[in-house]
Design a protein around this ligand. Sequence first.
Ligand SMILES: [Zn+2]
Length: 93
Amino acid sequence: MERSLREKVIDLLKEKEMSVTEICRELDLDPERAKEVYGVIKTLPKILKRKGLQVVMLPPKCMNCGFEFENPKPSKCPKCRGERISEARFKIV
Ligand SMILES: [Zn+2]
């Protein structure tokens, strides 16, 4: 039986911290499905709570000034207006 996308994402994030782009690459998903993967990650805290696990987000950072974002998908740095922003990474602990 084919495992669901959610189960695959959980398995990956249990092993190591990953960004959505890396998850897509690892699972051989079209980059256009990144949104779907984000959606899955959003549902994880509720599901994992029952198992005593949680999802940790390592925040995106501005590559210009180092500003750390709380929003997982920022477009611009509020401090320096930089647009080179590292991707948020996620991990299950
Ligand atoms: Zn900045």
